[in-house]
Design a protein around this ligand. Structure first.
Ligand SMILES: CCCCCCCCCCCC(=O)O
Length: 288
């Protein structure tokens, strides 16, 4: 099955036709036009089935701009580069880079909603989940690389558990969309969400760990709309927290890493569709 999620690019300079008759390259060019139309139609169909999925939309844009440029088609020399354009969440307009650092690939984006005082749910932040490409292939590729797509789908829970339990470098990027967020509400939201996960995976006795984590969000920090909080799992199960690119703390704890990731890719994630997108993109990286 062709995956449109991370389309790869084959590039080669076109050769002009000889004596006005199509040569091999122009034949492959015509073939490329047909292939492009078929692929674009397929992508358009996929989008019509899931119009809110920005990954599909992005894949179609990528396909059209890279493969369907008939005036200067590019074919041939293999350059295995993922689509570098950012992915925009259609619900909030927030964009996420496709790659963070050198090798953390965006696997999916989602939206965290929260009800305030039992009232209507508000959009608090959009999030993107990234994982290191090389780590995924090394750690998960060995176990899941050679099984069929349907078998992999059945092993969905195991795959996510392995991802969360492993030492694969990952980042969850939160981009604040709610305009009136206080740092105190950030602390208490983490207390509640991470706190319940720490209890679930580690038992009741993790108050000190939770306090160490939440105290990173100091009163003097401001979190206006557009602020970016990165929660990164670095090698050795270290969670490094940054706010707008500034490191506010690092804590070494496998339990804390697992508890934070569980909010986004665990059994009861904040955004189920995001988890499904992540599953599909993860599967295509694992099986490459
Ligand atoms: C008014 C709602 C306040 C919610 C603030 C959430 C800010 C970040 C918290 C991250 C963890 C979580 O989503 O629970």
């Amino acid at each position: 099955m062709v995956s449109l999620r991370y389309p790869f690019l084959f590039s080669q300079s076109p050769k002009p036709p000889i004596n006005g008759r199509p040569n091999v390259h122009s034949r492959s060019f015509s073939a490329s036009a047909v292939a492009c139309s078929v692929a674009a139609a397929g992508a358009a169909y996929a989008i019509s089935q899931n119009p809110a999925n920005p990954f599909l939309q992005n894949a179609l844009n990528f396909l059209v701009s890279n493969f369907c440029n008939y005036s200067s088609p590019s074919w041939g020399s293999l350059s295995l580069a993922p689509d570098p354009s950012p992915i925009t969440d259609p619900r909030t307009g927030v964009s996420f880079p496709s790659v963070l650092g050198d090798s953390r690939r965006l696997l999916g984006i989602g939206l965290r909603k929260k009800s305030v005082l039992g009232l209507k749910k508000i959009d608090v932040y959009a999030f993107g989940v990234y994982a290191d490409d090389g780590d995924i292939k090394k750690v998960l590729g060995e176990k899941y690389g050679n099984i069929s797509v349907s078998e992999l789908k059945e092993k969905n829970k195991e795959l996510f558990d392995d991802l969360m339990e492993s030492d694969i470098c990952m980042t969850v990027r939160l981009q604040i969309v709610y305009g009136r967020l206080s740092i105190r509400s950030v602390r208490s939201a983490f207390e509640e969400s991470v706190g319940t996960r720490l209890q679930k995976f580690g038992g009741a006795d993790n108050k000190e760990l939770l306090q160490r984590f939440t105290s990173q969000f100091k009163d003097e920090y401001k979190i206006p709309r557009g602020s970016i909080i990165d929660l990164s799992r670095e090698q050795g199960n270290v969670i490094r927290t940054t706010i707008d690119g500034n490191v506010v703390g690092s804590i070494q704890s496998k339990l804390l890493c697992r508890s934070i990731l569980d909010l986004y890719i665990g059994d009861d994630p904040f955004d189920r569709q995001a988890k499904e997108d992540i599953r599909q993109n993860l599967a295509s990286l694992v099986q490459k």
